[in-house]
Design a protein around this ligand. Sequence first.
Ligand SMILES: [Zn+2]
Length: 216
Amino acid sequence: MSQTLPAAIPASVFERCADAIVDAARELSALGWTPATSSNFSMRVDAGHAAITVSGKHKGRLGRGDIMLIDPDGHPVGTDARPSAETALHTQIYRRWPEVNVVLHTHSRVQSVASRLFAADGVMRLQGWELQKAIAGYHSHESVLEIPVFPNTQHMPELVARIDAWLDAGKPLAAYLIDGHGIYTWGHDMAETRRHLEALEFLLGCELDLKRLRAS
Ligand SMILES: [Zn+2]
């Protein structure tokens, strides 16, 4: 796939973003968190553009050509490629937080099962875990980390509206689950966002283990 860049974006800048996404995708795929071409990843390139994975590719085998440029509305820029079906969720995060530069979305087994289990509550409430401190803004295991679980839909504007409603109610948001689907999280850079994703995967797994053990 060929990507023509706007004059304001040097090739080296786009390639650095594309390579960071490709590397993260390969590693997350190796962990089994991106089954069957699912999941999508993006990185802000400049104030008006983000790089994002194209739709439908195996995330363990991406190359630079599988990363494309989009504008703030999620429209392709300088390419015929089709961005991920969930692009609107990425652009929403960049719109809401100018300081966020990376968005990662995966579909691990733990994330998928946890989303089903807590969907009826609409939220997963984490407290008492040391690893909550891996999430930016959380400084103690005593803090309460709320991960909302939104109903799944193929109609992205519906999901965007639910997330906007959560944020407009003034509630903190570090990540969200989509029922039967997966997780979204974000951060200043790739390292912070990877840390968030790994911490959340661990915390969700611990909660599932506790539920299982208490039930037995
Ligand atoms: Zn998805």
